[in-house]
Design a protein around this ligand. Structure first.
Ligand SMILES: Nc1ncnc2c1ncn2[C@@H]1O[C@H](COP(=O)(O)OP(=O)(O)OP(=O)(O)O)[C@@H](O)[C@H]1O
Length: 269
């Protein structure tokens, strides 16, 4: 059990109300998201799925506070989001470790900025590094790590700061299939300890069903929440679960829902 477990479980309520975003380019308005309404409970694992360009990353960036909405708002634990903050950790698709720092130094950075003492930083970071099998690579530089190892370090870097919400934008998309499955199981293992709220963007239907408590399937033109689907598969989940009839039926249901939207966006060119 990780040290931060207890304090995590009651934080991380995300509320999105009437959220719309438009971008302007060369005098033309591009309405990307319209009237998004959703509530994610503390500790919930929510997955955002939808065709390319429907606005998944934009929605995640709004929760992160990287961009501002045209209308509506996001709150985390009743606090309106206006900018990035330590209550939200972010894991990107691209490996984003600082190349001139070791694994340990990359992970401890946020703790150092927050003023944690050296022994406390070492204890916390090493605890996580052991947990994700990276302890012996603590003094390696990012170029010496595989893609999967770098993403494990990126996840730890986000979690070590005890965020209420972990935002993940296709974090495993660049990994090979075997590594991706291992990373999914590892992420669930950690999440089941910490119960941090997770919002996870993915293209991969199997990944979303395997990980999520709830799927938000987005539609296009402009981006909106088309369907909300609770996933009631028992936990802990294992890769074999993806072969069950229940899983396959859910997959089919989600596939059909996304296919309709993909066809719409293709017809619109
Ligand atoms: N900063 C920006 N300025 C202008 N347009 C933007 C900006 N960010 C996103 N867009 C546009 O918003 C739309 C949605 O993009 P977004 O990346 O959120 O979609 P997505 O569903 O995550 O796509 P993908 O699955 O392909 O990553 C796209 O048409 C994109 O061109």
């Amino acid at each position: 059990m990780l040290m931060q477990q207890v304090e995590q479980s009651v934080k991380g309520a995300v509320q999105i109300e009437g959220l719309s975003v438009s971008f302007h380019r060369q005098g033309r308005e591009n309405r990307v998201l319209e009237e998004i309404q959703l509530g994610i409970r503390p500790g919930e694992f929510a997955c955002l799925l939808g065709p390319s360009g429907c606005g998944k990353s934009t929605l995640l960036n709004l929760v992160a506070g990287f961009i501002k909405p045209t209308a509506g708002y996001v709150t985390v634990d009743q606090q309106p989001i206006t900018r990035p903050g330590a209550d939200r950790g972010f894991v990107f698709q691209q490996y984003s470790l600082l190349p001139w720092k070791t694994t340990f130094q990359n992970i401890e950075l946020g703790l150092k900025i927050r003023g944690l003492s050296k022994p406390s930083r070492r204890e916390l970071v090493d605890d996580y590094l052991n947990r994700v099998g990276l302890y012996k690579h603590r003094n390696s530089y990012p170029y010496q790590l595989s893609g999967g190892m770098q993403q494990r370090a990126s996840i730890v870097r986000a979690l070590v700061n005890s965020p209420s919400v972990l935002l993940m934008d296709e974090p495993f998309a660049a990994l090979d299939a075997q590594t991706r499955h291992m990373m999914q199981e590892l992420l669930l293992d950690i999440w089941e300890d910490l119960k941090t709220t997770v919002i996870f963007v993915t293209h991969d239907i199997e990944e979303a069903i395997f990980l999520g408590d709830r799927l938000y399937i987005m539609g296009v033109q402009p981006g909106h929440i088309k369907a909300e689907l609770p996933i009631r598969l028992s936990r802990p989940r294992h890769f074999d679960d993806t072969l069950s009839t229940e899983f396959i039926n859910l997959h089919r249901q989600v596939f059909e829902c996304i296919r309709e939207e993909t066809l719409k966006s293709m017809e619109a060119g």
